[in-house]
Design a protein around this ligand. Sequence first.
Ligand SMILES: [Zn+2]
Length: 338
Amino acid sequence: VSRPGEETPGGGIIGHAGEMGLIRGAIAGGRLAHSFIFAGLDGIGKRRVAFETAAALNCASSGLAGLACWECGDCERVRARTHPNVLYVEPEAGLIKIDRVREVQAALKYRVERGRKVVVVEAADKLNAQAANAFLKTLEEPPPATVIILVTSRPSELLPTVLSRCQRINFRPLSVDEVAGYLTRETGAKEAEARSIARMSGGSIARAACLLEDGMETSAAGVIEAISAISPGEADKAVGLAEELAKRDDLEEVLESLKGVYRDMGVAAEGLDALVAKTHLPERRAPAWTAMPPWEAFSLVEEARRNTTPPRYMNRQLTIETMLLRLTGCNRHARRQR
Ligand SMILES: [Zn+2]
């Protein structure tokens, strides 16, 4: 299923003028690094920028000016993912294994006649240790005319040795205006709904699309509402909600949305609103349901996310229950009553 944030690349980049400017300048100036990490939230367009880079480096009409025309045969083949110079790697069953790395290394041995080879590694944090280690030498000294781009929303989960060999570009979350603009333009959403969803999206087009598709009530927004409705004496409610959440296929997305809200609360609490790409706080009210400082809540949700996704796969119900009991203050309340 292709969501709006994930459609086939080929122009249409939203925001990221700074990030693109950096890359275009480096291409035009002939000083593009060999290995990159594109880091930033899921669904904000990192992969699009990676493909834009791949197209710019192979476009028949750009003359290495750093711009892809998206009209020539080369650009068309990059868009269709059939360009011989552009290799795309993504996890299979949650992991990128050493066999796939070896395939890429073998393919990189062939010289290119024109343009440059570009390897785009999607979700590079899913390289297992063996695969990452096998990849190190290629990252350090790629074959001539080769650019490797590791795309990840969790750079901290990459090996330090991998991180240190790549130039890192941090992608900023999109602003509320950018996300809302996309939603009204591409999905026909009404302005008010689009802005409300954009605020909940944490600056991610993919997340906004999910929120729009599922409806605000059943998705993360609804979950946040449900959490905020639980008071510290209502542990049974928290346990019930945990049971419901643990069954959801989009649990990871829900947890990411929760993190986005806590992050914005944390930033707002420190009076640093100007630093975030506009605040994504829910419009209706500043939630009064934090039983702990926002940054602590953020870490708690992140811990639950890590524990319920590969490679950990801990018991989902138990993990979410523990998280919710602490987020709602039910754990402390229970202790006081004993
Ligand atoms: Zn072109």
